[in-house]
Design a binder for this molecule. Structure first.
Ligand code: NAD
Ligand code: UFG
Length: 342
């Protein structure tokens, strides 16, 4: 029998890919999303691709009564918690809102789980909790020190979950620290659909390639890296989605909790990503090198050995597939899920 898992933020970028991976692995995702950064169309696409009538509840994780009702009515046995706000720059201007959605929202969800007696949670954290790298590759015991409100909220939720698990409840958790998710499902039916101007590299490149933007600004050409541009650990969103299935499986197999990095362990520079994307799409990406972006660092990549040992999972898709699949999605859906967006 399929087990029901509540997926908060399941209509979003990583959540939608994870719902598909869950269905393929025999789980039944129950999506709770307020569509503040997504569209119900992504859930329609998940239904189309999977042939399953995925349950979708429109609502806010800060509504504890709603969370309680959904968990109870759908007899969920665990939760994957994606819902939240995620833009570093925006978090500096709207700190109160970031703490409200990310921290208060997670508190409300944990409260509802406690009321209903649900004891397993997988939480979407971020490599941003490490702050500026003091050593590379980044291992899970690297010191923590986020440098922006978004990262602080992620660390606050990690601490909240750890403290709740350490109190009298029997909460068991898997905290997943993602590096740089990119790409799209190989069907090109679901993918990343940022509202407004993309903050992240790959969606910006894709919008230049499809003609929605004229020029990519490369933030900094004087870093101490191979070609002077920033190096990051990009991971295909479908690999990331599959890791969530392993993460849930791990919680159900043992009584322990864990914190784990999810990346590929490989770093690519901005110029290398531009070149790989041009090759995959056959489209030149006009770009110019400008000042560094405040808060950026030269190089970030993960030590992925613990993920492999703990979850038996390893990212399989390389930069070429990341670019190809991101491009196919963008090409087929030039304005994302919306018919008329600029
Ligand atoms: P996303 O914005 O596409 O997905 C988040 C989803 O949560 C959206 O569908 C949004 O509508 C929903 N949501 C937001 N606030 C909500 C609320 N109050 N109640 C209910 N739903 C709400 O983002 P994503 O890239 O899929 O990221 C998912 C998670 O992974 C986030 O927690 C993010 O912080 C984390 N993460 C993302 C990245 C990345 O680069 N994409 C990196 C590290 C960590
Ligand atoms: N970059 C550009 N031009 C752009 C956008 C980005 O040159 O228009 C560069 C950045 O300077 C950086 C690289 O591309 O060198 C990657 O930048 P992203 O904004 O795509 O990703 P970041 O590594 O800065 O941050 C992302 C998420 C964070 C998350 C972090 C985890 O945005 O939320 O990965 O490592 F915390």
């Amino acid at each position: 029998m399929r087990r029901n898992v509540l997926v908060t933020g399941g209509a979003g970028y990583i959540g939608s890919h994870t719902c598909l991976a869950l269905i393929r692995a025999g789980w039944n995702p129950i999506v709770l999303d307020n569509f503040s950064n997504s569209s119900a169309l992504s859930v329609d696409r998940i239904r189309e691709l999977s042939g399953e009538n995925v349950t979708l509840v429109e609502g806010d994780i800060r509504d504890i009564d709603l969370c309680t009702r959904v968990l109870r009515e759908h007899k969920c046995t665990s939760v994957i918690h994606f819902a939240g706000l995620k833009a570093v720059g925006e978090s500096q201007e709207r700190a109160l809102e970031y703490y409200d959605v990310n921290v208060v929202g997670s508190h409300s969800l944990l409260n509802a789980m406690s009321v209903v007696g649900i004891e397993q949670i997988v939480f979407s954290s971020s490599a941003t909790v490490y702050g500026a790298p003091q050593s590379l590759p980044i291992t899970e015991d690297h010191p923590l020190g986020p440098t922006n409100p978004y990262g602080q909220t992620k660390l606050a939720v990690e601490n909240l979950i750890r403290d709740v698990a350490g109190s009298s409840t029997r909460l068991q958790y898997g905290i997943l620290r993602y590096f740089n998710p990119v790409g799209a499902h190989s069907s090109a039916k679901i993918g990343e659909d940022p509202k407004g101007k993309p903050n992240n590299l790959m969606p910006f490149i894709a919008q230049v390639a499809v003609g929605r933007r004229d020029l990519l600004t490369v933030f900094g050409g004087d870093y101490d890296t191979r070609d002077g541009t920033g190096v990051r650990d990009y991971i295909h969103v479908s690999d990331l989605a599959e890791a969530h299935v392993c993460a849930l499986q791990k919680l159900s197999e043992s009584e322990s909790s864990y914190v784990v990095n999810l990346g590929t362990g490989n770093g690519y520079s901005v110029l290398e990503v531009i070149s790989a994307f041009s090759e995959a799409s056959g489209v030149a990406i006009p770009h110019e090198i400008a000042e560094r972006r405040p808060g950026d660092v030269a190089t970030v990549y993960a030590d992925v050995s613990y993920a492999q040992k703990l979850l038996g999972w390893k990212a399989e898709r390389g930069l070429k597939e990341m670019c190809r699949d991101h491009w196919e999605w963008q090409k087929d859906n030039p304005t994302g899920y919306s018919a008329e967006r600029t």
